[in-house]
Design a binder for this molecule. Sequence first.
Ligand code: PAF
Length: 307
Amino acid sequence: MLAAMSHAAASPALLRASSIPAIRAVTDAWRREGRTIGFVPTMGALHRGHGALVAAAARACDRVVASVFVNPTQFGPAEDLSRYPRDLEGDARLLAEHGCHALFTTTPEEMYPPGFATWVTVDGLTEGLCGASRPGHFRGVTTVVAKLLAIVGPTDAYFGEKDRQQLQVLRRLVLDLDLPVRVHGCPTVREPDGLALSSRNAYLAPEERLRARALSQGLRDARAAWSGGLTDPAALAALVRGRLDAAGAAVDYVEVVDLATLRPLPPGAPAGEDTLIAVAARVGATRLIDNHRLGDPFPRATAGEGP
Ligand code: PAF
């Protein structure tokens, strides 16, 4: 149940705990020693974006735990659970290289044993955006994250801003349940041409990969127009839609919302610094998401942005 492996001379040996009791034994001991514990929950197929979360945790905390668990309850019946990319050995290498101390893996049977009947839901914030197009998704996310936090018992937890709605929902969950953990959001990591890193990018055929740039291009256009004085939410959304349409991407949503509530701005309200533009679109069969808070600079593409 518990094994240790070291990948690089400068990296800590990565403990591998493949059951709930095994990871509890590890984190209980760290807590007894008074150590802070950073936690990075993931579904595996890890990339540099996850590496950045682990590195942030390693900078701030004494010990870092990452979990790899493809959580079945956050996938809809027609979604990609069975073909979700899996590469546990590659994941273990990336985690060790970024300073992770322990990798927790578990199984659907251990997480959801027969008789499982308790669900955690967050109202309001889960209703729009991905909550509207993926019914039940956030109930699965909030339930598994509540369980993972209870199992690992971290002092700090790290989530990517690419999944901004998830981040806001999980902040709410931790606040409402008085969980003793600090939630940290970390900036989206992008490819040189702007595409947000995602495990699902692996599904894209080369030609789709080029078209997928439209999400970040649209957000960059909108951010530039807003900086230039365009504050009408519908006009900003139209810029993003224009890029998606030109790339032949099927728009799921393009919404201009208030960051705190994730609700569309009231009629007549101008987009401001705390306005979020959120987008979901299908390129081929692959559903991609991205977002940008207007008050933040949009990173320049350093290569291959295209027209
Ligand atoms: O963002 C993810 O990878 C997942 O939604 C999470 C937070 C690990 C829960 O399964």
